[in-house]
Design a protein around this ligand. Sequence first.
Ligand SMILES: [Zn+2]
Length: 115
Amino acid sequence: MKVRHDDQLRRVRGRLIARGGELNERIHRVHADLARQREPLPRDSADAAVAMENDEVLRAIEATATSEMHHIDHALERIDAGGFGVCEQCGGDIELSRLDVVPYATRCGRCERQG
Ligand SMILES: [Zn+2]
């Protein structure tokens, strides 16, 4: 099945764009929180520790969201280029069930399992 149905592509595209919007919002929120935390650390060392821990959590959230954004951008490019749903490693079809779970998958299940 080399040619995907248009309506299916549209659906996946819509999901990717919606997810991208969510992630964008999350990244903005994290940036806002980080900016707020650039204020001097609390004098109380326990409070300072909590603030620093928070900072780490926020950065982890940002890193995860940013990396997922890259995947989504890449998937949208592939959709526009007509290569969506094709395994980048073996050139075979990526399973539909897999694309339903991970719309930005770039490799088929078999290649993914082989690493
Ligand atoms: Zn493959």
